[in-house]
Design a protein around this ligand. Sequence first.
Ligand SMILES: [Mg+2]
Length: 211
Amino acid sequence: MNLAHIDTWVFDLDNTLYRGDDAFFVQIVDKITQYISRYLALQPTEARILQKQYLAEYGTSLSGLMAVNGMDPAEFLDYVHNVDLDLLKPDPRLYSGLDALPGKKYIFTNGSRGHAKNIGEHLGIYKLFDGVFAVEDMDYTPKPKRSAYEKFIKTFDIDPARALMAEDTVQNLKVPKDMSMATLYIAPNGSELPDYVDMQTYDLPAWLQMF
Ligand SMILES: [Mg+2]
């Protein structure tokens, strides 16, 4: 695919700008389970089931907890994103690859602003981005809801026809493709590729070396 027209690069954060098989991400998933278990007085196994159900139905567990249980997001976000960053290793190829991209770069995450800053700074890439759009900025209505993308595009005055979006959650690429963005799916080779996926890689830093 020819990407010469792309001048706006949009990256999901978790499992996209760092690897999904990393022990690091397991910490966040476990902390969400702990929080739900405590907040709703559920056994951890029940909490995990609800967590997955909300993730599937609402885009994030957080949105489900807010919609169904009337939970306040601030304490939840502080709790689940308070993780040990030592497990996450900066990758110099990621830095040089992002730095070489022609045009503007954004993080567009269903996580919190604080989480994006923590991770981005730890990976040494935060300063390379022109903006961050996090769950607070979507009024807690996350990807893949169309309203989240529309707000993002409006906030940063983005022309979707000149933008590429990289994501590990494949259904989050459907709306971008409908809006005429190019789409990059972060997934293992051999994964099923829906027709709204243009390109696929499991090694984003390596993929970025073509620029
Ligand atoms: Mg992700």
